[in-house]
Design a protein around this ligand. Structure first.
Ligand code: ZN
Length: 328
């Protein structure tokens, strides 16, 4: 993919970036509210080459929260998702995802018997993107809705799979006004890492989940072996660069998650953890793909985490009183 930013868009020495993106210094962890950080490295505003920094670039600092284990960046670019999804063509952004749609469908075909899926279930796909998953669920007999803030992506999904605008909540999940206790299954597949406030989004969608309903989450794993190896390489080269997160260039990840983060989120949201497990299948890398996948199996790591969480069926009370940070 070509550089996302045009040559005129200079980043250096600015607090407001092109498109009105604001850089906000993090004082507390956006997930758990703590403020003890571990320095991970520096991330450029463009893809990093093997040689490291060869031209002037904006460097953000990647940090890990010592309490919940999440990786994020400071200063934190606010408003990035809006500008990205207005500018980028869906065909380009989803090229890789669309190449692996069969695998995505098969993955869900394996999952659905585990959770007792039935026709007429109400399903919500958060960050519906190309609409493929919504299309699958509609074929399988579910009543499906999507949350998709990007008008371009919604138009793409409507045109591709004949959805109507009524099938979507055209807002960011953090502010979505969803009906309470409605959905049997809510899917957040590779979307939390793009959100500015994943916890708030999860609080919103959890409220919309039926008691006994399932939340299925896929997020990038901070522990992924290749990222750790590349970071070692950068240290050997004498730079502070890191491959963790990608705040200002594709794929625009503001967060990476650990198993501990997912457990923390489940606890805070008062959800049961059915399982949390690594995704070992790698979906990029050309001819290296089978080797990377094998390595994941051998070394028991994964490129992403997938988690199945369940809302308790009893009285719907939070287990612990939420700290002030968590009440929006
Ligand atoms: Zn934290």
């Amino acid at each position: 993919m070509k550089s996302f930013w045009s040559d005129k868009e200079r980043f250096l020495g600015r607090e407001v970036l092109p498109g009105g993106i604001r850089l906000r210094h993090l004082t507390t962890c956006p997930i758990c509210g703590n403020h003890a950080w571990r320095f991970v490295g520096r991330r450029m505003n463009q893809p990093q080459r093997w040689q490291g920094i060869r031209q002037p670039a904006l460097l953000l600092t990647v940090v890990q929260c010592r309490f919940c284990g999440v990786f994020t960046v400071t200063p934190f670019p606010e408003g990035i998702s809006t500008i990205v999804y207005e500018r980028i063509a869906p065909e380009e952004y989803f090229a890789n995802a669309m190449a692996f749609e069969d695998r995505l469908r098969d993955n869900f075909l394996r999952l659905l018997p585990q959770i007792g899926f039935r026709q007429n279930w109400r399903v919500l796909d958060v960050g519906a993107g190309t609409g493929f998953l919504m299309h699958c669920f509609r074929l399988w007999g579910a009543h499906v809705k999507g949350i998709e803030p990007s008008a371009r992506f919604r138009a793409f999904a409507c045109q591709r799979w004949h959805f109507t605008p009524d099938d979507f909540f055209p807002v960011h999940a953090e502010v979505a006004d969803l009906p309470e206790h409605t959905f049997h299954l809510i899917v957040l597949r590779e979307v939390l890492e793009h959100m500015e406030d994943p916890l708030r989004a999860l609080q919103r969608v959890t409220r919309a989940l039926l008691p006994g309903g399932f939340l299925y989450v896929i997020v990038p794993a901070a522990e992924w072996l290749l990222a750790r190896l590349l970071d070692c390489y950068y240290r050997v080269r004498g730079t502070q660069l890191t491959t963790h997160t990608a705040p200002l260039h594709p794929p625009f990840h503001l967060y990476e998650f650990t198993r501990r983060t997912l457990r923390y989120l489940a606890y805070t949201l008062n959800l049961y953890v059915v399982w949390i497990r690594p995704v070992r299948q790698v979906q990029f890398g050309g001819r290296w793909r089978p080797i990377l996948t094998c390595l994941n199996y051998v070394l028991r790591t994964g490129i992403e985490w997938e988690a199945l969480l369940m809302k308790p069926t009893g009285i719907d009370q939070p287990r612990i009183p939420a700290p002030a940070h968590h009440t929006h």
